[in-house]
Ligand binder design. Structure first.
Ligand SMILES: [Mn+2]
Length: 318
């Protein structure tokens, strides 16, 4: 790879630099997420150019791209472009064998691997690349339309864990994007909600409506039966407030039980991996997993094996 003197530029200088190239590709990392997609889309709208991604998009990346109408080329021929702007990417391995010979970089990670060979770059420790891109647009007097604003805000929401890791600038940029885009915050949140299969939702709702809840001191243990998506159902019961959940399903001649517990229950000593192994073995099967997420397969009546799980967990809770 040709060695260049790496050139750090400011957000304001981006427009001047990018205008020297006629045919630009904004390239997202593998499994491109909403931050990468939203940023590439907003930059391509403002300065022109195509959007690409290496190999695939994440589930929420696909959702966002569909909603804002981003056309993302999968594994585009990078050598066909005058300049590739690598977006939201910190290490070359995220680009697989698509590493372009001539590239610029816009990113919020702290890794230095891609800096040295970049023609120019902007890299800052922001909480999302979208915050950097928003500054680029403002300082180059670019207006954003509704879709570009939606994409950038979705990127911020996703990368900050719905603002759990936000800085004052994240909130400021988010407010400005809501204003510029003219949409409700709820709409930006919705771009990230990937629909769950109908059959899965039915199974989880059935499991919840049939659940039997036992209270032991301050602990709530939920048990239920459903014949598919046991793991999702157990997770949903913990989300709803159970400390521990066991969901049984019949599969051919065998019974499968998925077990989940809250983080607090696991910290206080709940060990579902051990429990699943013991109950599984005592019913002609086996089980295991993690402390807070485990499963077993055994032979017998679902209700009897569920009872055995419930008895064991109640005995073990402090
Ligand atoms: Mn990011």
């Amino acid at each position: 790879m040709a060695s260049n003197k790496a050139m750090r530029i400011t957000e304001q200088q981006f427009g001047d630099h990018i205008s020297r190239y006629r045919n630009v590709l904004y390239l997202c990392h593998r499994n491109a997420d909403p931050d990468a997609i939203g940023c590439s889309f907003a930059l391509s709208r403002a300065f022109g150019g195509a959007i690409g991604a290496v190999d695939d998009l994440s589930r929420t990346g696909v959702s966002l791209a569909n909603i804002i109408g981003a056309r993302v080329l999968i594994n585009p021929p990078v050598e066909d472009y005058d300049l590739v702007v690598v977006v939201d990417t910190s290490v070359g391995t995220q680009l697989g064998d698509r590493m372009p010979a001539r590239y610029a970089l816009v990113d919020h990670h702290l890794d230095e691997g891609l800096l040295e060979c970049a023609l120019f770059y902007i890299q800052k420790p922001a909480k999302s690349t979208a915050e950097i891109v928003w500054t680029i647009l403002k300082e180059n007097d670019k207006r954003v339309d509704r879709k570009a604003a939606l994409g950038l805000l979705a990127g911020m929401i996703a990368d900050t864990g719905r603002f759990k890791r936000a800085t004052p600038y994240t909130f400021q940029a988010a407010a400005e994007l809501l204003d510029a885009g003219g949409f409700a915050y709820e709409e930006a949140l919705e771009t990230l909600s990937v629909p769950v299969d109908l059959s899965q939702r039915i199974a989880v709702l059935k499991a919840a409506s049939r659940a039997e809840v036992v209270r032991q001191g301050d602990w709530l243990v939920a048990c239920t039966t459903v014949n598919s998506f046991e793991g999702s159902a157990a997770m949903a019961l913990v989300d709803l407030g159970a400390d521990v959940a066991f969901v049984a399903g019949r599969h051919g001649g065998r019974v499968r039980i998925s077990a989940r517990c809250s983080r607090e229950a696991a910290q206080k000593g709940c060990n579902l991996a051990k429990l699943s192994g013991e109950v599984g073995k005592s019913h002609g099967g086996d089980g295991g997993g993690h402390r807070s997420a485990a499963a077993l397969e055994a032979i017998g009546e679902p209700s009897a094996i569920l009872n055995a799980c419930r008895k064991k967990i109640v005995e073990s809770l402090p």
